[in-house]
Ligand binder design. Structure first.
Ligand code: ZN
Length: 387
C-alpha cells in the first residue's frame, strides 16, 4: 500500500527518472547504504539541534573545531550587508519550506544589525513554549539592554546585548523572521499559530520582529546564553567556508580520509558550517561533480575545483541576498538556485533535464550531463518499487 502511495505521489508531482530506471536497479544495495549516509547527515542538520543532549556531539570534532569561531563575523552598523533599503514589508510567498542557509542567515544578520544595533530591547515574548531551549540567563534579562551587534555562526543568528548576553536563533526548516515597523500594542497570546517569539524595541516605539514557524513540526530554536559556544549546535560547528582561514589546504584536510559521499559531507555542520541541502546541490553542480562521489576519492584537481565552486557559489548567493529586506530573502534564494528544487526543469548550463534522488525527508537534485557523465543516479525508492 505504501508503495502504491509513493508511485502516485511521484507521478502526480514530480517528473521522475523514467526510462533509465532499469539501469539503476542493479545498484539498489549501494543506494541503500548511500541513502543511510545522506539521511544521517540530513538528520544532523535539519533541526535546530534542540533535541540533542549537549554532550551528544562527537567530542573529537568539538576539539578539532574549537570555540574560537563562535565570535566571528559580528556585524555592526556600516558593515557590508547593512543597506538602508526596505522596511520589512509583509513577505509575499516567502515560505518555500527550505531552510535558510549561510547566505540567507548572513544577509539576515546584516539586515538586523542595521535595525537593532544601538537600540534598547523593551520586551521579549517567548510565545511558543517549545521555542526557548535555555533558562539561565533568563530571557527577561534582555529587557532594558542595548543591542551591540548581530552576527552569524553557520546557520545560527546571534544577537548580542551590551551585558554580553547572546540571543541565538536557529530558524530550522520552516522558521522565519518578520520585521515589523509597528508591532501590535497588546502582548501576543500563546496559541497554536506560527508566532514563536516576539522582540520589541523601546525606540522606535513598536518596532521589532516576530519569529514565526509554519507547520506542525516545531523546530525553531532560541537560546539565551552568555557565550554562543554554550549552544551545542554552535560548539560543534566546523569552519566557516567564507572565513579567510578557510583555505584550499583546510578544505582538503577536511575531505582526506572522509569515507562518506561528498553530498553528505558538505552539509554536515560539524565538517563545514552553514551549507545545507540547497547549497550543497548548487556547489556540486557548479563543480560538475556527482553527489555520490566518496569524499576521500577526490583527486587534487577535483578538490580544488570543488573548493572554488563552494566559495564562489556562496559568495555569489551572499552578494545577491545582501540589502534585501527580510521578507525577500527566501524568494531570492529560490530564484538564484540552478538545480536545487528544479526537478524536471532544464539545466541552465547544458539544457539537460534536472533529476532528483529522494530520501525519506528530503531530496537532492542534479544534472546528469553536467555531473554524472549523463548517467542517472540510483534512486532507492524507485529501485525498490521496480524490484
Ligand atoms: Zn547541465
Amino acid at each position: 500500500m505504501r508503495s502504491v502511495l509513493l508511485v502516485q505521489g511521484r507521478s502526480s508531482c514530480s517528473p521522475r527518472i523514467g526510462g533509465s530506471a532499469a539501469a539503476a536497479i542493479h545498484d539498489t544495495r549501494t543506494a541503500e547504504i548511500r541513502q543511510k549516509e545522506v539521511s544521517a547527515a540530513a538528520g544532523r542538520d535539519h533541526d535546530g539541534v534542540d533535541r540533542r543532549c549537549p554532550t551528544a556531539g562527537n567530542p573529537t570534532k568539538i576539539h578539532r573545531t574549537g570555540r574560537a569561531r563562535s565570535r566571528r563575523n559580528l556585524a555592526g552598523p556600516g558593515v557590508p550587508g547593512a543597506d538602508p533599503r526596505g522596511g520589512g514589508k509583509p513577505p509575499g510567498g516567502w515560505h518555500t519550506g527550505r531552510m535558510p542557509e549561510l547566505p540567507e542567515v548572513e544577509a539576515l544578520s546584516g539586515f538586523l544589525a542595521e535595525r537593532l544595533t544601538g537600540r534598547e530591547v523593551a520586551r521579549v515574548y517567548p510565545v511558543s513554549v517549545q521555542v526557548l531551549k535555555t533558562y539561565d540567563p533568563p530571557l527577561t534579562g534582555l529587557e532594558g539592554r542595548t543591542v551591540t551587534g548581530v552576527g552569524r555562526h553557520g546557520k545560527f543568528l546571534d544577537i548580542v546585548a551590551d551585558d554580553g548576553t547572546h540571543l541565538v536563533v536557529h530558524l530550522a526548516r520552516a522558521g522565519w523572521l518578520r520585521w515589523k515597523d509597528k508591532l501590535p500594542d497588546e502582548p501576543p497570546r500563546p496559541g497554536k499559530g506560527p508566532l514563536a517569539l516576539r522582540l520589541r524595541l523601546a525606540e522606535p516605539r513598536g518596532a521589532g520582529f516576530d519569529l514565526t514557524e509554519a507547520g506542525t513540526h516545531k523546530r525553531l530554536a532560541v537560546y539565551c546564553v552568555r557565550d554562543p559556544a554554550e549552544v551545542p549546535g554552535i560548539a560543534r560547528l566546523g569552519p566557516d567556508p567564507l572565513d579567510q582561514a578557510f583555505t584550499l589546504d583546510v578544505f582538503a584536510g577536511l575531505l582526506a580520509g572522509e569515507r562518506r559521499q561528498i553530498k553528505g559531507v558538505l552539509r554536515d555542520q560539524s565538517v563545514i558550517a552553514g551549507i545545507g541541502n540547497a547549497y550543497s546541490d548548487e556547489v556540486l553542480h557548479a563543480a560538475r561533480m556527482s553527489p555520490f562521489k566518496i569524499a576521500a576519492s577526490l583527486d587534487e584537481g577535483e578538490v580544488s575545483a570543488l573548493y572554488e565552486a563552494l566559495r564562489e557559489t556562496l559568495r555569489d548567493a551572499v552578494r545577491r541576498s545582501r540589502g534585501l529586506v527580510a521578507g525577500e530573502l527566501k524568494a531570492e534564494k529560490k530564484s538564484g538556485l540552478r538545480v536545487h528544487g528544479r526537478t524536471g526543469q532544464p539545466c541552465p548550463v547544458c539544457g539537460d533535464t534536472v533529476r532528483e534522488v529522494s530520501y525519506h525527508d528530503s531530496s537532492l537534485q542534479y544534472c546528469p550531463t553536467c555531473q554524472t557523465g549523463g548517467r542517472p543516479l540510483a534512486d532507492r525508492r524507485l529501485s525498490r518499487l521496480l524490484k
